[in-house]
Design a protein around this ligand. Structure first.
Ligand code: 0X9
Ligand code: ZN
Length: 303
């Protein structure tokens, strides 16, 4: 019997219960609390490792920093399930766990996510009560220091891209900061999961300038997208963020790259291309997760 039904979307409580159960029953799995939200919810990282003391290279994922992007958390849960159930029987998974530690924050913005279940399916930001404004919420993906408060972010608390009062003012941003800093020097890939648009995006987000390693990043993205697209034919575009999508200042991906030195730091915008948008039907969870995982595996095997 499965501990979680990966074919459906789940509440924050259901995902946390699944992770707690995994940690209790599967020797590969531990959980770590990176911080606590304003409303008191834990920001939990699931760690899959066959030997924590070996300090293996890490693949780091943050999911659902944007509340309404439900497919991102569902994809991370599917990958966690895939790895934990495949270890020891699937030779490819077994080797990926023998070689690497896998770290996932399936719901990086718990208050916002809970709000999309209870009140407003289309909510994006966290649920911070902004001082001096009746508008609620900060976009945690504009709350990181690289290019903080620059273009593609807003100083208006009513905006969906409100950057907050200072870099790392938000608990979701400081939790991800601390979680990735704990693995400094051994993070091989850092992936921020978003939706929608079907894009694979490299730094920078805050400027149209290209990182010095861009040729290497481009090659990795090309390998990922080729494997992803060859799964079901889902078309993806890829390139540096500022040119491929738009300028976005103060986001995770630039922080992981510029401050933490993770060369393979990417934002992925999952399905779809606009038919359903954020409300991707549950029957697309598994195919989305399968194609995405194929892309990641191809990239990881090539870098
Ligand atoms: O605007 C965002 O935060 C992301 N798009 S979304 O529609 N999911 O909100 C894109 C961020 C891209 N930034 C970097 N790759 N640096
Ligand atoms: Zn997003």
């Amino acid at each position: 019997e499965k501990a979680i039904d990966v074919e459906n979307y789940h509440t924050y409580e259901e995902v946390m219960a699944y992770l707690a159960d995994l940690a209790n029953t599967n020797p590969l799995v531990t959980t770590k609390v990176g911080g606590t939200s304003e409303e008191g919810r834990d920001i939990v990282q699931a760690i899959i490792s066959s030997d924590l003391s070996a300090n293996k290279p890490v693949h780091f994922f943050d999911c659902n920093i944007h509340a309404r992007e439900w497919i991102t958390g569902a994809t991370c849960v599917w990958i966690i399930d895939q790895i934990t159930t495949g270890y020891g029987s699937d030779p490819e998974i077994t080797s990926l766990v023998d070689l690497y530690d896998w770290k996932f924050v399936p719901i990086a913005n718990p208050d916002g996510y809970a709000y999309t279940w209870s009140t407003d399916r289309n909510w994006r930001k966290n649920r911070l009560v902004n001082n001096g404004s009746t508008c609620v919420g900060v976009d945690a993906n504009r709350n990181f220091p690289i290019g903080f408060a620059g273009s593609g972010s807003s100083s208006d608390p009513c905006s969906g891209t409100y950057h907050g009062i200072a870099a790392f003012s938000e608990r979701e941003a400081s939790a991800l900061r601390d979680l990735i800093a704990a693995d400094r020097g051994r993070v091989k890939t850092a992936i921020s999961m978003h939706s929608y648009s079907q894009m694979f995006l490299s730094p920078y987000g805050y400027t149209t300038d290209l990182p010095v390693e861009y040729p290497e990043m481009f090659r990795a993205m090309e390998i990922a997208v080729t494997a992803l697209t060859s799964t079901y034919g889902t078309p993806y575009t890829y390139g540096n963020t500022a040119v491929t999508i738009y300028i976005a200042s103060g986001d995770t991906t630039d922080h992981y790259y510029e401050s933490e030195g993770v060369v393979h730091s990417y934002t992925i915008e999952l399905r779809d291309s606009g038919t359903y948008g954020f409300q991707l039907p549950p029957d697309q969870i598994v195919p989305t997760a399968i194609e995405t995982w194929n892309g990641f595996k191809a990239m990881i095997n090539a870098i």
